[in-house]
Ligand binder design. Structure first.
Ligand code: AMP
Ligand code: MG
Length: 491
């Protein structure tokens, strides 16, 4: 009998030193909480087998499926600006890789499956709450069309974990285009291991940036590729009000996917200074600081690559700086283009960016809900009769009233009819995001043994751009006074 997962494990064929062989820890009572059948099919897995008892065993690490090569990956990273030369998978174990129906190779990783040689002071476990949070938010991001790791399964271990309140333990099975991070490059660079660095870069190029291999300067093209994907990614985060929360260099994927959902959250009222994470007192990773931090992280990657970029240091620095210089232009194009489309402006005209920024400033001044303001704008673009619903979102409605005439005058210079425009606007202005108060409520229900609310929210978030009138309440901001929210690191 062959196994339910057709593994082909390329990372485990890299030299020792990139990882250590590590097995998950036995747990008392494996139980499958949620299984992503649709994703399993896209990956070419045997979804029927995995949805049953065999899945509970595999997704808690009790059974190592045929073809798996369980390893913990080595990496380093800047955490809140401080360099830590060795981090590594402290509570994650890579089972292996599969090549999906789309031809893309992806990692299948257990998160929370017990200690590894990289655990340092940690216990290698994950609590149910953070596992369900990552499941919901990463699947919501995927449905929004934003590059992200995916959730294949959540499984309960039957143990409690040593956290506040002694919550139940769980394991998240995460799917990613790879788990190579900026911190993986830093791991080799910090050791002066240029051979390892080159090996890693060649692997990352082959897996994620195959076009770079044919470029005149492959490592320069690789760096430019990572810069471009990160610039695009952070722009997309801003356009949906997403705050990653812990943009350390070990949490930035080389593939350009959103990875490591810890204290992340979506903003309700628009305010660029928004921070949710309890461990980010200084606001280093505030909503509006994310582009600058992404660039800072890319500078750290560029530093690692210097020995590969040119023969002399001066020449390498020139290559690195040229690649980094492309960040601002790419980010601005993606962000301002996205904002323009959110306003219903699908052609680019002079003054569009100023119009969008004026709207954002007014939203900030009036504490308007970010997601709902743009969603209601889709209706207001068709008829001023929808202005009443817009004004409701602004504590000072004049903020909207003064802005709307200029916007309408600009809309009048757009080709196409109103109804088509509303549909196009709705495709870039989601109604449904994982609102913090909803996520917290489903986690509370799950901790009390009821997983039906989790499944319901997951289903609603799967079609974020649809109207779903039956679930209109899930599009609403938190009730007054319910908007103060703190997230805690996934540990
Ligand atoms: P994070 O902030 O979740 O990205 O984690 C930063 C580092 O801490 C990574 O090396 C993780 O593997 C490690 N880590 C986080 N939580 C735990 C835990 N409960 N046990 C062991 N290592 C952990
Ligand atoms: Mg991490």
């Amino acid at each position: 009998m062959t196994g339910p997962i057709p593994f082909d494990n390329s990372y485990a064929r890299l030299p020792e030193g990139f990882f250590t062989h590590t097995l998950p820890t036995p747990v008392p009572a494996p139980r499958l909480i949620s299984f992503n059948t649709k994703l399993a099919r896209q990956l070419g897995l045997d979804a029927e087998r995995l949805a049953g008892p065999e899945g509970a065993e595999i997704f808690t690490g009790q059974t190592i499926p045929e073809g798996a090569t369980p390893i913990a990956l080595a990496y380093a990273g800047h955490q809140f600006g401080n360099f830590v030369p060795q981090l590594g998978d402290g509570r994650a174990i890579l089972l292996g890789e599969v090549v999906g129906r789309d031809g893309i190779r992806r990692d299948i990783q257990l998160k929370g499956s017990g200690p590894t040689p990289f655990s340092r002071r940690g216990d290698g476990r994950a609590a149910l709450g953070p596992v369900l949070r990552e499941y919901l938010v990463s699947e919501a991001m995927a449905a929004l069309g934003i590059p992200t790791t995916r959730a294949l399964a959540a499984a309960a271990t039957g143990e409690v974990v040593a956290r506040e309140g002694m919550p139940p333990g769980a394991v998240l099975t995460r799917v990613a285009q790879s788990h190579i991070r900026i911190g993986t490059f830093q791991f080799f660079a910090a050791r002066g291991d240029t051979a390892g660095l080159r090996r890693l870069a060649d692997y990352a190029i082959a897996r994620h940036y195959p076009d770079a291999a044919a470029a005149a300067s492959p490592y320069r093209a690789f760096l430019e590729g990572v810069v471009a994907r990160q610039a695009e990614l952070v722009a997309q985060w801003l356009l949906v009000g997403f705050i990653h929360g812990v943009m350390n260099t070990d949490n930035m994927s080389i593939s350009g996917e959103t990875i490591d959902y810890g204290p992340c959250a979506f903003m309700d009222a628009y305010d660029p200074a928004t921070v949710f994470s309890s461990i980010d007192a200084a606001g280093r990773y505030a909503y509006g600081r994310q582009p600058g931090i992404a660039r800072w992280n890319l500078c750290r990657l560029a530093e690692c690559l210097l020995p590969l970029l040119a023969e002399t240091e001066d020449a390498a620095l020139a290559e690195a700086n040229a690649a980094l210089d492309s960040f601002a232009g790419l980010f601005n194009a993606a962000y301002h283009g996205g904002l323009r489309r959110k306003l219903g402006l699908f052609t680019a005209q002079e003054g569009d960016t100023a119009l969008a920024e004026d709207f954002l400033r007014r939203m900030a001044a009036a504490r308007a809900d970010f997601t709902l303001s743009f969603r209601r704008l889709c209706d207001a673009a068709v008829s001023p009769a929808a202005d009443a619903a817009m004004r409701e979102l602004f504590t000072v409605p004049a903020g909207y009233d003064e802005w709307a005439p200029g916007w309408r005058a600009r809309l009048a210079r757009e080709p196409g009819d109103d109804v088509a425009r509303r549909a196009a606007m709705q495709r870039v202005n989601p109604a449904f995001i994982p609102r913090n108060h909803r996520v917290e409520a489903v986690i509370a229900a799950a901790l009390a043994g009821d997983f039906s609310e989790f499944e319901k929210l997951l289903a609603i978030l799967a079609t974020p751009y649809g109207d779903q009138p039956a679930h209109a309440a899930y599009a609403a901001p938190p009730p007054p006074g319910g908007g103060i929210y703190r997230t805690f690191c996934g540990t």
